[in-house]
Design a protein around this ligand. Structure first.
Ligand SMILES: Nc1ncnc2c1ncn2[C@@H]1O[C@@H]2COP(=O)(O)O[C@H]2[C@H]1O
Length: 583
């Protein structure tokens, strides 16, 4: 029957359509299939992403005035960990002209988490929020193809893409170190803003969410004009700087084009090693700090300081008044009820004088002099240098043994940069062999900066500017100097706290302090303190330090203060036990 039908239909086809028509249809079908195959190539291994169907409360009530039901879906403003929220997707699905002002504003707020978006000026951010649309693609999807004409640029909201030189992006999956762009980055601006072809291929390494700006929307909403305005502001900022007085407008515009604007919130890490980044940074707004991470263990001064203080540890707990005492013990220990109005400044002078005497003197010599000058009550507390008093693991350093727990590091501020100041020029005229290559950490105190690559900046320099640059040469303090500064500040801070405790706390503290439960995961200042009293106890190693990701932190315990064994402050000044001080 089948054979009959086939030959019968063939007869009809031959009669009605003819062989020519039939072959044309086959060619057409073949082409359509080919187009489908090509179009779907990027969808290989594409994972179908479905929104999570979770049960969630929807609130609704009848509005009498409007005579309608008002519903509030709690999922509107919630997104699955890190995904673009459904409510925001709805907004980006609307045409730019249909988006309400408050919708644009909420998109703008939501996108502040993206560095490349936040770095634009506020008016430009709003215009971008007005035109951008949302896209989500799976692994291996080619977003931008090298050599093709570009019409859009992309902000990555979630996921990772790779930039490759080949056309289909497959090299990204074979390359052990591909060029990756992640959340907050932006790409495709070259091909879409200038009418050049794509310079590279960009392929998704995983499921990735994008906010896309199309060239036609970009131009229709005058975003190009806003970009020009921003550039003009940068030009005016440079024009006002004394360093660039001799530069022509043309050269200055070259600098504007080279500069990349970046914004950082308070406490955010700008650069984990500014020297290595070999760039120059202009602070346009706000302030930032230059820090140096000092490994205290490498300093001979620190070594001496630690042993000087450890010697004061005796068998019993020294300076028990510094520990948390019960109200009763505190009462017995001090019995301080009132002080006459007195000037305590000489106490500080006394302390400073003592610190100066100690400085530079060897350990044994110091015992002698201090033994002569201090009240006899101390002498019993001073022990000879015996390591066996402290039972704790030791490490060997260039300067002898050091308790393992005391091998710590500290961040020291070496410069504060304000608006209009420049970083990265301080050794620009020096030959490379004389460069100070110690890493400098840059932290924002709320700043907007323009970063320019050093070698590109040097290409623009003229003789007049080179002469001016000689004034910029500054020498940062050595690590040894910074270590000494840290310990001096630490000494003063401890002394100040002791004094405040002695004079204020016994009167100020309530008679009963309820036990407070420990807050988990919050910043605990005790963690960043090295306590020489508890060297033999195990301490948890946490390194809470600005917003640096964990990977940037060195394998060094970071401390902000060191609590060291020391004399009781009221023993330093016996007169405080008398006249109007004690009850
Ligand atoms: N080395 C790179 N690092 C990061 N992004 C790049 C790199 N090279 C090219 N791109 C981006 O990849 C995009 C490819 O398309 P465009 O040339 O339009 O714009 C390009 C840049 O945004």
């Amino acid at each position: 029957m089948n054979r009959y039908m086939v030959s019968h239909s063939w007869q009809i086809l031959r009669k009605k359509l003819g062989l020519y028509r039939l072959s044309m249809d086959i060619i057409m079908m073949n082409r359509v299939c080919k187009m489908f195959r090509q179009g779907l190539r990027g969808f290989r291994e594409y994972q179908i992403i479905e929104t999570a169907h979770r049960k969630h409360p929807i609130f609704s009530f009848w509005d009498k005035k409007k005579e309608g039901r008002i519903t509030f879906d709690t999922m509107d403003f919630v997104a699955e960990s890190g995904h673009f929220p459904p409510r925001a997707i709805q907004i980006t699905q609307k045409k730019p002209s249909w988006r309400a002002e408050h919708e644009i504003q909420s998109l703008c707020n939501l996108l502040q988490v993206l560095d490349s978006y936040r770095n634009h000026s506020e008016p430009l951010q709003l215009l971008l929020a007005k035109v951008m649309r949302f896209e989500r693609f799976g692994r291996r999807r080619v977003i931008v193809k090298k050599g093709q004409k570009g019409n859009s640029f992309y902000f990555i909201y979630l996921g990772t893409v790779a930039v490759t030189e080949d056309e289909d992006g497959s090299s990204a999956f074979l390359d052990p170190h591909p060029t990756l762009l992640q959340k907050g980055s932006c790409f495709g601006e070259m091909g879409s803003l200038t009418s050049s072809v794509r310079g590279a291929t960009v392929v998704c390494m995983e499921e990735t969410e994008f906010l896309v700006v199309d060239r036609e929307d970009f131009l229709a909403n005058k975003l190009d004009q806003e970009i020009k305005k921003d550039a003009q502001l940068r030009f005016e900022f440079f024009r006002k700087m004394d360093l660039f007085h001799s530069w022509s407008d043309e050269t200055l515009w070259k600098l504007v084009v080279l500069g990349k604007v970046e914004k950082f919130s308070y406490g955010q890490l700008i650069s984990k090693d500014f020297i290595e980044s070999s760039s120059i940074m202009f602070v346009c707004e706000g302030m930032c700090e230059v820090l140096r991470l000092i490994d205290l263990e490498t300093s001979p001064f620190y070594h001496k300081w630690i042993w000087e203080h450890l010697r004061l540890i005796e068998d019993g707990p020294p300076n028990s008044h510094l520990k948390d005492l019960s109200p009763m013990e505190r009462f017995k220990e001090f019995q301080i009820r009132s002080y006459p109005v007195q000037d305590f400044s000489f106490l500080k002078l006394f302390h400073l004088q003592k610190a100066q005497e100690q400085e530079g003197s060897s350990f044994s010599r110091k015992i002698k002099t201090s033994g002569n000058t201090l009240p006899k009550t101390f002498s019993s507390k001073i022990k000879s240098r015996c390591t066996h008093l402290i039972e704790c693991p030791m490490i060997q350093t260039k300067y002898g043994d050091l308790p393992k727990e005391a091998a710590v590091g500290a961040y020291m501020k070496i410069q504060t940069l304000e608006q209009g100041e420049i970083l990265g020029l301080h050794q620009i005229l020096l030959p490379e062999s004389q460069h100070d290559t110690r890493p400098l950490i840059l932290v924002s105190l709320g700043a907007e900066v323009i970063r320019v690559r050093k070698e590109k900046f040097c290409e623009l320099l003229d003789s007049n500017t080179i002469e001016k640059l000689s004034k910029f040469s500054i020498k940062y303090p050595s690590d040894e100097e910074l270590c000494q500064k840290f310990l001096k500040e630490n000494n003063w801070n401890i002394f100040r706290k002791d004094l405040v405790r002695l004079l204020v706390e016994p009167r100020w503290r309530p008679p009963f302090t309820p036990i407070q439960s420990k807050k988990k995961g919050t910043y605990n200042p005790r963690i960043v303190t090295l306590d020489l009293y508890s060297l033999d106890k195990k301490t948890k190693r946490h390194h809470p330090i600005f917003m640096a990701p964990q990977k940037y932190l060195p394998p060094l315990r970071i401390v902000q203060a060191i609590i060291a064994p020391r004399y009781k402050i009221q023993e330093l000044l016996p007169q405080y036990k008398n006249a109007g001080v004690l009850m």
